[in-house]
Design a protein. Structure first.
Length: 447
């Protein structure tokens, strides 16, 4: 039946009209199709077949030509509409393989698939711009080749290429420049907002990690019950929810919530999840979103501890590589989903991964295990506050200053004697400086 829906491997609704054979080539070892199956399901494909090959890349077909014949037969037998390839295919390879497949079958390589998912999930203007930038950067080196292939092929709109002319490359470059300008403007506003938040006494905490590691679930666990709308005058852009569905890329933009620790107020931001084998141009396209991680006071790097050590290691390397060049904040590794581990398994994984994840903290965002210990650890890892003692004269404005200090720091003692108020508190150096200025402006009632 046309338009029939079905459930994918990760719970994503798939479209029975988008029937995909998934394929992967590796130079050595055994090809793992787990991630490409998850990605395909996230994009709405119904998986009807799979094919792998271990051999060096064929310049003309990516796979060996004999394997391509096998692929064509599998596509015909399963009545597939798409072939999803877990490799980056050059335009000539895509064209050559397409010539071997039944007419009308579309080829989708790994990065086209990722961009397809991103495009579907982009809700905000910034996310949509970043997706379009990634698509254009992917398309730019292929534009000239695609134009040639489109002219050679007799089928109109082969692989969705449509009509190309000599202006395509120029138009792509112009649009890339326009998008970068708009994203730069958005980034400036966000940087200003971050500084306003710091000036208000908030520490900025960012969640990073591989997609599906449980970042959004952890965020919901850490976030305060306080409705952020009550603080709209201080941070009006804050979202009130963060998705925690067990599927890929539910968080494409950023979601920020307030989280209260014992002594400090924190704004916690969840960002798009990393995935393996992302090309440099794709990561750079989402630089504006990743700024929330790069410029945080502390990064929580969330790892799915229920996965095998080999996969955890690979994903930790991916995350560190992504964060390495530009990240300015210390990183605290969080081993999530420990409720799925057998006794003794956690200690073995911590030991095996000690180089990449020194002194990690173990939690379960699902059942709350380790969450209080995580709160304490976060507070200890955040940049140090300074201590201050202020003696304020009792005036008409004194209590507003006292209230301001409570809002922006941690007051240890507050005492009243005669016509004076004494505050002993901890806060960021900038907050202490502002508190001193406010105190200096107070004039005694009898002045």
């Amino acid at each position: 039946m046309s338009g029939q829906r079905a459930s994918g491997a990760d719970g994503t609704t798939t479209n029975a009209d988008r029937r995909a054979v998934i394929a992967k080539r590796v130079d050595a070892g055994t090809a793992d199709l787990t991630e490409i199956e998850q990605l395909s399901s996230a994009a709405g494909y119904a998986i009807v077949g799979q094919l792998t090959q271990t051999r060096k890349e064929d310049a003309a077909y990516l796979f060996g030509e004999g394997k391509i014949d096998e692929l064509a037969d599998l596509v015909a037998r399963t009545d597939a509409t798409h072939v999803v390839v877990d490799n980056d295919m050059g335009p000539y390879q895509t064209f050559n393989v397409g010539q071997k497949l039944p007419e009308g079958v579309e080829i989708v390589d790994r990065f086209t698939l990722i961009l397809e998912i991103f495009a579907e999930r982009a809700q905000t203007r910034k996310a949509q711009l970043q997706v379009e930038l990634a698509e254009l950067r992917y398309e730019l080196p292929r534009a000239e080749t695609k134009a040639s292939l489109a002219k050679r092929d007799e089928r109109p709109g082969f692989m969705g290429l449509g009509e190309y002319d000599e202006s395509v490359e120029r138009d792509i470059k112009r649009r890339i420049s326009d998008i970068r300008d708009e994203l730069s403007s958005i980034a400036k506003k966000e940087r200003a907002r971050r500084e306003e938040r710091r000036a208000s006494g908030f520490d900025l905490l960012a969640l990073a990690g591989y997609t599906n590691a449980g970042k959004s679930t952890l965020m919901r666990r850490l976030a305060t019950e306080l409705d952020v709308d009550e603080n709209a005058d201080r941070h009006p852009d804050l979202g009130t929810t963060a998705e925690s569905q067990d599927k890929l890329f539910t968080t494409l933009g950023t979601t920020t919530r307030r989280a209260e620790l014992d002594r400090r107020d924190v704004l916690l931001t969840d960002t798009v999840g990393f995935i393996s084998d992302l090309p440099h141009w794709l990561v750079e396209s989402f630089e504006s979103t990743l700024d929330s991680v790069y410029r945080a006071d502390l990064v929580l790097l969330v790892v799915d501890a229920s996965e095998p050590v080999r996969e955890m290691r690979e994903k930790l390397v991916t995350c560190h590589d992504t964060l390495h060049e530009r990240n300015q904040a210390p990183i605290l590794t969080v081993f999530n989903k420990v409720d799925r581990l057998e006794e003794g398994e956690l200690a073995e994984k911590q030991s095996a991964l000690s180089t990449l994840a020194p002194n990690p903290i173990a939690v379960s965002a699902t059942d709350g295990t380790g969450i209080e210990a995580l709160r304490e650890r976060v507070e200890s890892e955040l940049p140090d506050w300074e201590r201050e003692r202020l003696v304020l004269p009792m005036t008409d404005e004194t209590m507003s200053v006292v209230s301001w200090v409570h809002d922006h720091g941690y007051v240890e003692t507050e005492s009243y004697a005669g016509d004076q108020v004494t505050l002993e508190f901890e806060a960021k150096p900038a907050i202490i400086s502002r508190a001193r200025s406010k105190a200096a402006e107070l004039a005694p009632l009898d002045a």
